[in-house]
Design a protein around this ligand. Structure first.
Ligand SMILES: Cc1ncc(COP(=O)(O)O)c(C=O)c1O
Length: 430
């Protein structure tokens, strides 16, 4: 057998060679992320194993991706069956899985007549498509929020706020204006007649219902309803980036569907990715109503892999298991338990837990999130220092109450870190 094929055999990786794999990584993989914390070889349910055979409870799920955990039999079977039947066609052709996925997303979004879906391979591509839609509205400003993360490709990066990500790649596509996070007065100013006279009309507002990469920061109640009124009055698109919050992560299909978050609004566009394929790369743009759905006409956008039948089968299986197994309710219940148990764990380091469902940040009383994540890894828990003082938990949606209690148990025993951690915080490498 060829060496390359031998490497595709599950279990082909010899145990006990973690350090060697890490060394090989640093010599072969471009250094955009820094060295890997561990080299992982296997997963099952909410657990992953590293190349040395150590087991971890995965509370990051590939950054809010592995909705069904690892190696879920229904997902694995759906992907294998589709790949064994028809693995790829060009966009000159349709496939039943692609069509059924688009229909399912429209149903779950309760999208009105005339709505349509564009399928992508990732979150940043979903944002690129949405950004192109804003250009079709007409000339004008695209608003995004301070702290926003919308991806790393050039259009998505123009919407992303963080200067360290943007500056090395300027000039970025223009016309984007960032407004203060969660501040309705700042939003009013951006839409005001004076701002329009001086800086041009607003054609779109792009917003995450809950900012993930900025530290799991929820918008204040009423913000999205206010944004909907302003965008509707201005004829501008309201684009909700649910790449991180969508597909059940917060306990509803989409975060904006919680009345306390969305206030009953209907957006113009929702972007999805991450959890949609349960670990298989797939994203989507849902355009609500005929106006949004026809902004990109024939020949104005495309993707070789977008709508790939295997990716669509993975997404259908993921959505299907979430629906069949009542995971939205489980996310709500286990998320509430996880939050409460951590808040009550008695650690002097824990200030509060914020977020929704199974997208939570444990906010610490000191900027030691990287050290806490490093301690967690040693103790067998994967979690992510999303901000200097906040650790993000975004586990598989199948996390059990018992596993949630184990996590709280880790926080209860947390000792005050004194050593610097070698786990990077989000902003350093991601
Ligand atoms: C809200 C949001 N939008 C877009 C993206 C980019 O998605 P991807 O990494 O799949 O390109 C992310 C990734 O973290 C995200 O959280």
């Amino acid at each position: 057998m060829s060496d390359l094929l031998a490497l595709t055999e599950p279990g082909s990786v010899a145990a006990g060679f973690s350090a060697q794999w890490t060394d090989r990584y640093t010599h072969a993989v471009m250094d955009t992320f820094g060295p890997p914390q561990r080299v992982l070889v296997r997963g099952e349910g909410c657990y992953v194993w590293d190349a040395d055979g150590k087991r971890y409870l995965d509370l990051l799920a590939g950054i809010a991706v592995n909705a069904l955990g690892h190696a879920h039999p229904t997902l694995t079977a759906a992907i294998s069956a589709q790949l064994g039947t028809l693995g790829h066609v060009s966009n000159f052709f349709g496939t039943p899985t692609q069509i059924a996925l688009a229909e399912s997303l429209l149903r779950l979004a309760q999208a009105p007549d005339g709505s349509r879906v564009f399928l992508t391979n990732s979150g940043t591509e979903a944002l690129e498509a949405a950004f192109k839609m804003t250009r079709r509205v007409g000339p004008g400003r695209v608003l995004a929020l301070e702290g926003a993360f919308h991806g790393r490709s050039m259009g998505a990066l123009a919407l992303t706020h963080k200067q360290a990500y943007r500056e090395p790649f300027e000039p970025l596509p223009g016309g984007v204006e960032h407004v203060a996070f969660g501040d309705t007065t700042a939003l009013d100013e951006a839409f005001s007649p004076a701002a329009v006279a001086e800086r041009g009309p607003v054609v779109a507002l792009v917003v995450e219902p809950l900012q993930g990469e900025a530290g799991v920061r929820p918008l204040p109640p009423g913000y999205l309803a206010h944004a909907r009124r302003l965008t509707s009055d201005a004829g501008a698109l309201l684009i909700l980036d649910e790449v991180q919050t969508g597909v059940g992560r917060t306990g509803s299909w989409f975060a904006y569907q919680h009345p306390e978050i969305g206030g009953g609004i209907v957006p113009d566009v929702v972007t999805l990715a991450k959890g949609l394929g349960g670990g298989f790369p797939v994203g989507a743009v849902i355009a609500y109503g005929e106006r949004a759905a026809t902004l990109l006409g024939r020949g104005q956008h495309g993707s070789t892999f977008g709508g790939n039948p295997v990716a669509a089968a993975a997404a259908l299986a993921t959505l299907g298991v979430i629906e069949r197994d009542g995971l939205l309710g489980q996310v709500h219940d286990v998320g509430a338990l996880l939050r409460e148990e951590i808040e009550l764990c008695g650690s002097p380091l824990v200030r509060e837990v914020r977020g929704r469902g199974l997208l939570l940040a444990v906010v610490l009383n000191a900027p030691v999130a990287a050290q806490v994540a490093a301690q967690a890894l040693e103790a067998g828990f994967v979690m992510n220092p999303v901000a200097p003082d906040a650790v993000r938990l975004a586990p598989p949606l199948i996390l059990t109450a018992e596993q949630a209690r184990e996590v709280a148990g880790f926080f209860a025993t947390l000792s005050l870190p004194t050593e610097p951690a070698d786990v990077p915080t989000e902003g350093e490498t991601r």
